[in-house]
Design a protein around this ligand. Sequence first.
Ligand SMILES: [Ca+2]
Ligand SMILES: [Ca+2]
Length: 131
Amino acid sequence: MYSIVLVCLAVVLPAAQAGIFGSSCVEVPANLCAIVYDESNCGGWKLEIPKAARGKSTRMDWPWYASFWYRNDIESISVRKGCTFTGWDDHGFDGKSISIAAGGRRDKRINTKEDEYDDLHEDIESLECRC
Ligand SMILES: [Ca+2]
Ligand SMILES: [Ca+2]
């Protein structure tokens, strides 16, 4: 009986960590500036935003005529400690923007549906990240 219970836990726990019951967010690795995700709480597809050379920033731009993947689809963002992420609601780094600065001690994770960021909920078409 106990072995059956243990087997069930072994199946359920990884699923829970993967976000079915909560967050699947991970610490942003040192070679990255941020990770953006399709769904809230780091769910769905993810896109790694690499760290640029010191003093430079990584920029990504998804104009409607070039791309439909990623654009207007980001719903959660993890910013590496010490880095700052900026997203715009239009391509070409134009329109409304949000800036998310992570302090030096820990990553900052947000969902775009939160009040502070909901202007850009599923609306980001260009972004910049700098550490
Ligand atoms: Ca989405
Ligand atoms: Ca948009």
